[in-house]
Write a protein that binds this ligand. Structure first.
Ligand SMILES: *[C@@H]1O[C@H](CO)[C@@H](O)[C@H](O)[C@H]1NC(C)=O
Length: 277
């Protein structure tokens, strides 16, 4: 499935580059919240418990260990997270919005994130996610796309009649990966549990939803690339390739690669091949 490209993305500037979306319709159903107590996992069959039967393969929410036993919270330490957001200037709106706790909370819906394949693949996936988030938000400085609210472009593609745009709502970039377009806000909202078409601003006002929206996009469009070992360059292609790859925006590509290799170094993993695009 080829990414959906649009000339509108060429108009975007600075950090708030819109995500070039690819819609993958054949996804599994949304994870259910079993309503388990804190510290309990919701098993693939919807029961609460703490051992591998509940927290292992198929675990839907809670402290899932995933198939390789990786705990993402052990890798994304407070000092790793702070090492990123502390580089954003003090005046940034994102500094009092994005938190490690919100990221970890958001993972409850995406137990396969950073927990599939070898330990190295897990670390590379985590490094790649934070590299793109760093680039898209400026070290978690910005919550929304620069100029997104003031532009006349609503990022509404009416071709997607199943995701009708609401009057006076704009689907410009918001959150760690700058979720964009009605055809992403609609299904992301359905999966996460908010009205993405009528209330797209939730992605910029609720930090957990904001990270969930980024992870929703990631799991559909980028996670398969990482876990199949296609290299970091392919993740750039999946996120904003039409705008940046093939020599169009070499500085932006170089920035993403630099963040990625830096985070891989911090996490003690080799970055792998095919870094650029
Ligand atoms: C809307 O989506 C269709 C189908 O993917 C695409 O062909 C068209 O170029 C898009 N239009 C805009 C304005 O993005």
């Amino acid at each position: 499935m080829a990414p959906l490209n649009s000339k509108h993305n060429l108009l975007l500037t600075l950090l708030g580059t819109g995500i070039l979306a690819a819609i993958f319709l054949s996804e599994t159903a949304a994870g259910q919240n079993c309503g388990c107590d804190t510290g309990n996992c919701c098993s693939q069959f919807g029961f609460c418990g703490v051992d591998n039967d509940y927290c292992g393969t198929g675990c839907q929410s809670g402290p899932c260990t995933g198939s390789n036993g990786i705990s993402v919270s052990d890798i994304v330490t407070q000092s790793f997270f702070d090492g990123i957001i502390n580089q954003a200037p003090a005046t940034c709106v994102g500094k009092s919005f994005f938190t490690r706790a919100a990221f970890l909370n958001a993972l409850s819906l995406f137990s396969a994130f950073g927990t599939v394949g070898t330990t190295d693949v897990s670390k590379q996936e985590i490094a790649a996610f934070f590299a793109h988030a760093t680039h898209e938000t400026g070290f978690f400085c910005n919550i929304e796309e620069n100029g997104g609210a003031s532009t006349n472009d609503a990022y509404c593609n009416a071709t997607y009649t199943e995701y009708p745009c609401a009057a006076n709502k704009k689907y410009y970039g918001r959150g760690p990966l700058q979720l964009s377009w009605n055809y992403n806000y609609g299904p992301a909202g359905s999966f996460i549990g908010f009205d993405g078409l009528n209330n797209p601003e939730t992605v910029a006002t609720d930090a957990v939803v904001s990270f969930k929206a980024a992870l929703w996009f990631w799991m559909r469009n980028v996670h398969p690339i990482v876990t199949f070992g296609q290299g970091f360059g392919a993740t750039i292609q999946a996120i904003n390739g039409f705008v940046e790859c093939g020599g169009k925006e070499p500085d932006k590509v170089a920035n993403r690669v630099q963040y990625y290799t830096n985070y891989c170094n911090q996490l003690g993993v080799a970055p792998g091949d095919n870094l650029s695009c």
